[in-house]
Design a protein around this ligand. Structure first.
Ligand code: SF4
Ligand code: SF4
Length: 136
C-alpha cells in the first residue's frame, strides 16, 4: 500500500483551500459513515469511493484525488448530499475538483495514446468533448 505523507501544511495547501473555496463545503464535517457511497449510483464504476475522496482531502492528499477517475464518474445526482447526516454536499466537491483540473489545464487524455480501434469506434462527438475538456 502506498504510504501517505501527513502534515498540517498539506491540509492548508493552496489547492486544498481552493477546493473548499470553490465548493463552499467543509470536508472536516465528514465523519466517514459511508452513507454517501452506499447510495451513489456511480460507485461500482469508480476507482475510489465517494467517502474516500473526502477522507483523502481531509488528509491533504489532493494530488492523489485529482488523479482518480471517480471525480469524472460522479454524475452530480446529489444522492450523497441528501443522504449525508452532516450536510456535506459531495457533488459540489467533485465539481470543484474537476474545475481545478480544467482551470489548471491539466492534461488527462493524451490523444496519441488512444488506440486506433477506439478512435474508429468511439462516437466522434464523445472524442471532441473529451479533447475539449481533458487536454490543454
Ligand atoms: S455521508 Fe456525509 S458524513 Fe457520511 S461519509 Fe459521506 S460525506 Fe461523510
Ligand atoms: S453526486 Fe456524484 S458522488 Fe454523489 S451520489 Fe451522485 S454520482 Fe455519487
Amino acid at each position: 500500500m502506498k504510504e501517505i505523507e501527513l502534515s498540517r501544511s498539506l491540509y492548508t495547501a493552496p489547492r486544498i483551500e481552493y477546493v473548499l473555496e470553490i465548493s463552499g463545503e467543509n470536508v472536516s464535517a465528514c465523519y466517514q459513515c459511508g452513507k454517501c457511497s452506499a447510495g451513489c449510483p456511480s460507485y461500482s464504476a469508480m476507482d475510489i469511493s465517494p467517502h474516500s475522496v473526502i477522507r483523502l482531502l481531509q488528509l491533504g492528499q489532493i494530488e492523489q484525488v485529482l488523479r482518480t477517475e471517480a471525480i469524472w464518474l460522479c454524475a452530480s445526482c446529489q444522492t450523497c448530499k441528501v443522504r449525508c447526516p452532516k450536510g456535506v454536499d459531495l457533488a459540489r466537491i467533485m465539481e470543484a475538483l474537476r474545475q481545478i483540473i480544467l482551470r489548471e489545464n491539466i492534461s488527462i487524455t493524451n490523444p496519441s495514446e488512444i488506440a486506433e480501434e477506439e478512435l474508429n469506434n468511439l462516437p466522434q462527438i464523445a472524442l471532441i468533448a473529451n479533447f475539449r475538456k481533458m487536454t490543454p
